[in-house]
Structures are given as C-alpha cells and as structure tokens.
Design a binder for this molecule. Structure first.
Ligand code: GDP
Ligand code: GDP
Length: 433
C-alpha cells in the first residue's frame, strides 16, 4: 500500500500549492475527458520512485470555543486519522501564530510521523526561517517554497524514507474486485448477495478502520477476491453502526484491485461524489463495471430519467458496461459477473507487436494525425507497455504536435479493434530515432 500523507495548516499557508506540486508529476493516465470531475483534495504522486497518496485537508481553521476549547474541523481530523504521516505547513512570511501552536499541540499527540514545513521561504536563509518554529516541538523545521519547488523533494524523501513500498504490486491471476461507491448505495447488500451463493474461502478481518475487507471465494469454480470497502454487515443485523465513508480506503481499494465495480443508487440523482469516485477509478486506469442498484424500486418513467442523468453526468465512463440490478433481491448479479470477467480479460490482455502495429496503421489510414503548420506527425509502430490498464506505446516523429483529440481517437481505435470491453487503455508516445 502507498503511504498516505495529509497536508495540514491554517488557511493560506500554501497547502493547495504544495498539493498541486506533489501530485502533478504523475503522468495522467487519461487525458482530461469531458465531464470528468476530479477531487482536488486527493491525489497521487511519486518521489524518487516511491509512490504516495496525498490529502489536502483544505480550509481547516481551529474554532475558538470559550477561548479555551479548540477543535479541528471534522474533515481534517478524519484525514489525519487516515494518514500515515502528516506535513504541517506554516508560513515563513507571517511567522509563528497562536493558531499554529494550537494545531501543533494536537499533532504532537499523534502516534505517527509529523514533518514541520515552513513555506514561502524562497530567498530567505533557511536557518533564520526555521529558528522561531523550533518551539512547536515538532523537530527540525523544513524551510520550503511550494510555489518555487524548493526543499520539497528533500522533505518528501525524508518522509518516505520511513516507509517501505512494494516495488510492484503482485499481479493476481484472477479477478480482484473492488466494490466502490458512496455510502448507502448498497455496497454491503451487493457483497452479501454475491457471497450468499458462493463458497467463501478466506476472510480477512480489517486491521484498522481504514482497511477494507478482503474475501476470497469461488464462483463457477473460478476464484475471485472481493475487496469490500463498506465492511460486510452481518446478515440479519439491521442496526449495526454505519461506517464513516473514507476516500482513502476507496482509493487504496481501487489501486489494489484489477476490476472496480462502481455501485450507484438509482433512487437518487447521480451526485458529485459518484463522479469523483468514478474519476479515481479512471485515473487509476482500472477496469470498471457499473452497477446501477435499487432498480426494482423505480417505475419505467423513472428508469428512463435515471439513464439520461447517468449519460449526462458519467459520459466519460463510456468504455464501461452498465448493469441495472437489485442487490436486495439478488437480481442481475450473474450478468454483472459476465462483465467483470470480460473486463478482467480486457485489462490483462497481451497484444503482440505485429498486430498492434497493424492496428495502428489501420487507424492512421482511416484518420491521419492533423498537420501542425509545416509538420505532420508520423506514427510508425506500436508495442505493448503494460497491463491493467493496457498501455500501447506508439513510436514516431513530431509526436509533440499530436492533439488530445487524436490521442483519444487512437485509444478508442485500439479498444475497438481488439474488442476490449470494460477497461480504459492508455496510449503513450515515444519519439523514434
Ligand atoms: P492554502 O489555503 O493553505 O491551500 O494556501 P494556497 O496554496 O492557496 O496559497 C495561499 C497563497 O500563498 C497563494 O497566494 C499562493 O500563491 C501563496 N504561496 C503558496 N506557496 C508559496 C510559496 O512557496 N512562496 C510564496 N511566496 N507564496 C506562496
Ligand atoms: P452501503 O452503505 O453502500 O454498503 O449500502 P447498504 O448495502 O448498507 O444499503 C443501504 C440501504 O439501501 C439499505 O437500507 C439497503 O437495504 C438498501 N438497499 C440495498 N440494495 C437495495 C436494492 O437493490 N433495492 C432497494 N430498494 N434497496 C436496497
């Protein structure tokens, strides 16, 4: 698992500037798609080969209550709770403030690593910048400049040093399915419906609240692992405490899966949170199947309306198959698995170089890349660079002139020509000599 780093601090110290710097290095798996909304508070990044997840806790401000009691905003507390390490950001230009001291008091009680980053320190002498912040009792202050990128790498290397990150996640030879979605859409009901009929082989109890449950089972003599982000509620028990929704948990599950099943609630409008979760799956490049749940509770008119709402708001998921199910009645679950199997096969597909190159030539014959001034990009040959998602590396010249629209055209063409259903596909360009 990637370590999760939370960025904490008063407003205006530079949290979002640092967040942007920490997340933009990762080459986007998908081009910006119309309708794709990203959650700007959660992102992936990588420093020195080590990946991490970073959370910007946003507009946190300690709230004064009777001048004595202070509380961190709920969202910030949850983010800190889920984080493996915290970067506490203060402002070198403003200096130490009473609010900084209050935040530091809370952070000192944590049982996880905290780094103190003194931001906006460009053009200042590090030792002088740091001096007044020692009294926060959070160790050596790191003088950084988020906007100029100074000191950021060293800080991140220092944090990540404390974590061992698996170089390559093991690739399983069977589908590993993450059941994702916002609270109350029916994730646990679906997991129960799936497992109700099947032979459960192993069951992992979660270690912490932020962990998902991993369940291995067999269906039609095929092994599967389901990653349950909701936590199976024991059948029959109605009033079990509803777990807090955790974005970090959802993102970790997506990363660790090879197929994601996004559950939507047909009895409610598609919400911003649905689109964010879909965006996480897409950015991770995961194969995806969408389960529109509670379908039995709608009449025909409502069903048409739901389909239109989905098409409008989640149009960027056009590569995925949609299923209209009732987890409660166990309806549609079998068909869902047909799509899960297909999506898994597509995500893991091996495409030989000659066939890929032929497919590239066909796509170019049908539609050549547009001329940019005097130059026209030339696409020569292609080979596969990875699976889950399939990556196609296209070699050629003047590739920097290829517009995003043509990029998407190529990705669509490969998906279509190889009949890959349920997975995104990524095209990378590589200049040939
Ligand atoms: P947040 O409220 O903590 O997320 O802070 P922002 O990232 O929005 O930054 C607040 C302001 O500080 C913006 O005007 C930024 O441009 C500025 N800022 C952020 N980082 C730096 C820095 O390293 N140096 C300077 N001089 N300004 C910065
Ligand atoms: P989770 O928070 O996503 O795990 O959602 P739950 O599985 O706990 O379900 C939330 C609520 O939706 C519960 O009251 C379920 O009984 C109900 N529910 C789940 N699936 C269906 C369904 O297919 N149809 C209907 N009508 N209700 C459902």
């Amino acid at each position: 698992m990637k370590p999760t780093i939370a960025l904490v601090g008063r407003p205006n110290v530079g949290k979002s500037t640092l967040f942007n710097r920490l997340t933009k290095s990762r080459d986007a798996l998908v081009a910006d798609l119309p309708g794709l909304t990203r959650d700007r508070h959660y992102g992936h990044g990588r420093v020195g080969g080590k990946p991490y997840l970073v959370v910007d806790t946003g507009g946190f401000e300690p709230v004064a209550d009777d001048g004595i009691l202070y509380e961190m905003a709920r969202q910030t507390l949850q983010a800190i709770d889920e984080a493996d390490a915290v970067v506490f950001i203060v402002d070198a230009r403003i200096g130490l403030t009473p609010q900084d001291k209050l935040i530091a008091n809370r952070l000192r009680q944590l049982d996880r690593p905290v780094r103190l980053a003194v931001n906006k320190a460009e053009g200042m002498q590090a030792s002088i910048v740091a001096a007044e912040f020692y009294e926060l009792g959070l160790g050596e202050p790191w003088a950084i400049s988020a906007s100029h990128g100074e000191g950021v790498r060293g800080l991140m290397e220092d944090i990540l040093d404390g974590f061992t990150v698996d170089p390559e996640p093991e690739t399983l030879d069977h589908p590993k399915i993450a059941i994702i979605g916002r609270p109350n859409v029916g994730k646990s009901t679906l997991v129960n419906a799936i497992l109700g009929e099947e032979r459960v082989i192993a069951f992992d109890q979660p270690g912490t609240t932020r962990d998902s449950i991993y369940i291995e089972f067999e269906r039609n003599e095929r092994p599967y692992t389901v990653i349950d982000t909701a936590g199976v509620r024991r059948r029959g028990k109605v009033n079990e405490a509803i777990e807090k929704f955790s974005v970090v948990k959802t993102m970790q599950a997506i990363e660790d899966a090879n197929v994601a099943v996004l559950v939507l609630d047909a009895s409610q409008d598609v919400a911003e949170q649905d689109a964010h979760i879909a965006g996480f799956a897409l950015e991770a490049g995961r194969a995806l199947v969408v389960a529109v749940n509670k379908w039995e509770s709608l009449d025909n008119g409502q069903r048409e309306q739901v389909k239109r709402d989905i098409a409008r708001k989640l149009g960027f998921l056009d590569f995925a198959r949609f299923h209209y199910i009732s987890a409660l009645q166990g309806r549609g679950v079998g068909d869902l698995f047909a799509s899960i199997d297909a999506a898994y096969e597509a995500a893991m597909v091996k495409l030989p170089t000659p066939r890929l190159t032929r497919a590239l030539q066909l796509a170019v014959e049908k539609q050549a890349p547009p001329r940019a001034g005097m130059v026209r990009p030339k696409l020569k040959y292609a080979h596969q660079g990875g699976v889950n998602p399939p990556v196609v590396v296209v070699h050629g010249t003047a590739l920097e002139h290829i517009p995003d629209s043509y990029w998407r055209y190529l990705e669509h063409s490969f998906l279509k020509m190889f009949k890959l259903q349920g997975t995104p596909l990524k095209v990378q360009f590589k200049r040939s000599a």
